[in-house]
Design a protein around this ligand. Structure first.
Ligand SMILES: [Zn+2]
Length: 341
């Protein structure tokens, strides 16, 4: 009897990636999960010295396109352990002290803990990471050292919430984009250009993985995929024009980059041709791997497909399934075509 193997659907891919452990600097686990997902669909897969996972699908000799989706998520790193076994921490990426308070955390080796607050801490708006600590249930430094070391990083623990159309997880930035890249690679038949799908490291601390990957690949065009802001929740109207549920966002700029106009046009024209819902994105803050690619060597045309999201860099990062699907469709459509400048 032949048993039918059903491929994971796009939502299952997203959920699985959101559950993987991968704070900045410790992306191995999420990288392994991704490797397993994409291996059957690409010609070559490798890792570089920065830990980037590079999946290559050969095309018809029309040049090279690099697509970057960062694997790392924000977290906390142990800086010291006091004599009573409480862990003191530093931020890994842009994590707000208020958002980590009284949360559950997990370390790579499975050690779990709670984030507590110093009993003499000031009011919540004045709390810094110096006032918080991680309680891993130990009573002494020696006992704590059996579970964690200085330099270990933890992530905030929370379930993947499936609210129907909308979904939430502390790792939505940027596993939703990793999932978009995985799903687009799965849909590639014979692309026009060689496709370098790069799952990058250390984006949250300064776009570091994408920088070395772009230097090594020297693509003709680069596309980053990441999450962006949106403005359809209370009092957010003035922050930007992107709205959840209105399609993939084609970035024009963020604080790190002005996307190459020809790449923006390429994205918009493709979305129109294919009937894929999209919206233009201007974000006045934030940065993405787009910048790292664009500033490589003598400069590389680069753009970005974004997924509008709410509560970014909190434990409840929320996106809309329609925007997620539109981002997959747009990336897959772009990768079938040649980039002409
Ligand atoms: Zn991101």
């Amino acid at each position: 009897m032949i048993r039918k193997v059903t491929a994971m659907n796009s939502r299952e891919t997203l959920m699985k990636l959101c559950m993987a452990f991968g704070p900045t600097g410790a992306e191995d686990k999420v990288s392994q999960v991704i490797e397993e997902m994409v291996r059957p669909y690409v010609d070559e897969i490798r890792r570089d010295a920065m830990g980037n996972l590079i999946a290559v699908k050969r095309g018809q000799g029309k040049g090279k396109v690099m697509v970057a989706a960062h694997m790392d998520q924000i977290g906390l790193m142990v800086t010291s352990i006091d004599e009573n076994g409480f862990l003191r921490v530093a931020n890994v990426g842009g994590i707000a002290p208020r958002s980590v308070l009284y949360r559950q955390v997990t370390f790579e080796n499975g050690t779990v803990g709670c984030v507590g607050l110093n009993a003499k801490a000031p009011s919540l708006d004045k709390v810094t990471l110096e006032h918080v600590f991680i309680d891993i249930g130990c009573e002494s430094r020696a006992e704590a050292l059996e579970k964690v070391q200085i330099g270990d990083t933890c992530i905030m623990q929370a379930n993947f919430l499936d609210m129907g159309q909308r979904m939430s997880s502390p790792a939505m930035d940027n596993r939703s984009a990793c999932a978009v890249l995985v799903e687009a690679l799965k849909r590639l038949d014979t692309p026009a250009m060689d496709v370098y799908g790069v799952f990058t490291t250390q984006e949250e601390v300064g776009l570091r993985g994408a920088k070395t990957a772009a230097f090594a690949i020297q693509p003709d065009v680069g596309i980053a995929v990441d999450i962006t802001g949106e403005s359809s929740y209370p009092e957010a109207e003035a922050t930007c024009s992107m709205k959840m549920g209105q399609g993939a966002a084609v970035k024009v700029r963020d604080a790190s980059v002005f996307c190459t106009p020809a790449v923006v046009r390429w994205m918009e024209e493709t979305a129109k041709e294919e009937g894929i819902p999209y919206q233009r994105e201007v974000l006045t803050f934030g940065g993405t791997d787009t910048q790292a690619i664009q500033l490589t060597g003598a400069g590389i045309p680069a753009g970005c497909i974004s997924i509008p999201g709410r509560y970014i860099h909190s434990m409840c990062e929320t996106i809309d399934g329609r925007d997620y699907e539109a981002a997959i469709a747009l990336l897959a459509a772009l990768l079938k075509k040649e980039y002409q400048h």
